[in-house]
Design a protein around this ligand. Sequence first.
Ligand SMILES: *Cc1c(COP(=O)(O)O)cnc(C)c1O
Length: 427
Amino acid sequence: MRRSAAPRGLPNRKAALFKLTVWGSLELHTYPDARSVVRDIAPDEPVILNRPHAAARAARFFAEKFPGKAMYAVKANPSPDLLQILWANGITHYDVASIAEVRLVHATLPDARLCFMHPVKTASAIREAYREHGVRTFSLDTEEELRKIVDATRDDEGNAATDLRLCVRLRVSSEYSELSLASKFGVDLADAAALLQATRQASDWLGLCFHVGSQAMTPFAYVQALERVRAAIADSGVVIDMVDVGGGFPSVYPGMEPPPLEDYFAIIHRHFEALPIAYNAELWCEPGRALCAEYSSLIVKIEKRRGEELYINDGAYGALFDAAHVAWRFPVRALEDDLVQPFEEFSFYGPTCDDADFMKGPFMLPGDIQAGDFFEIGMLGAYGAAMKTAFNGFGAAQAVIVEDEPMASLYTGERALPVTDNVVSLR
Ligand SMILES: *Cc1c(COP(=O)(O)O)cnc(C)c1O
């Protein structure tokens, strides 16, 4: 940093507001924006910036506009603060995938409806979820898992539960998504009829679900999947109470500007309505990324510059897992006032001693950025802030609340990546 990094006395009035988190002991400062955080604390460790207003806006959008029920996929970001925000803004259902997520959400939101949507669970996790946390909805993609669920939910006399709400996960294509979820889970269409018939016998309420992969860049991904749902229903001849189109709803990143979410909702609704199902069958979705991507960004510090490579204090084992492992390009903006050179392409090294702690980018920053400077990495609320580990002694990060807008938004009426010069220069 060229300017003095010394804190300038007390933060301004707004920054002096405190918020008590659900952990009770942590007090989150509120600042107007990232620059004021840097001016105030010149942080040596990365700082997570949370934007409750952005998560609230996303939740209200799904609660009001999705033509069915929107269930939050907790793995995208399990922060209790975020869970509270989503709940307060109309998200009543939560897709949990592990017993730890079940316990966390049940403790944080005791009245929320939890759905255990991981198709491979342990018997003890199923039993605890059913008996202690009120979970009734479980997904599965094999007859083995069906038997496991039926057995784990028997009462002490050995009677099978009569209130199970089971969801058969269908394998669908991920060809329209940036991150595939096609190979791991889901019953093939050829085997779906038998599994649906067996599951119908064991359940009070039967759903069909799928996942088109994360960051689906066109609503057509769901059309193709719903065609497969239609075939599965026709083959099996069973009554379906619910169709769950899963996650995959996109956010905005450099080089990835999706169509409006309203287009996704309209197309999904139209194709759902045309399915051979009862008039009162329900439509669900399971957004993860779309509900929380805009919630968080991160302030990082440059420790060293080597040509176009910046050594920063967060990385592959921190909030930048996707930037490293799938070369995801997050938007960035410099937080210094005195940078004058045109934008250049940079890549980043994280703080650990592992060569894999490398983020190729390219990330656009002013050419004269240097060691000691700070910059902000945007759109890290989904699969970012939630991925931090303590590997190699790094991973500490303070969190604060900021009041400015995320670097891009699908919910402000203007979807394009707008806000910063460096982002615009990527288009
Ligand atoms: C990860 C996941 C989601 C959320 O996916 P996004 O692409 O973040 O919307 C939803 N459902 C299931 C079963 C998942 O595994």
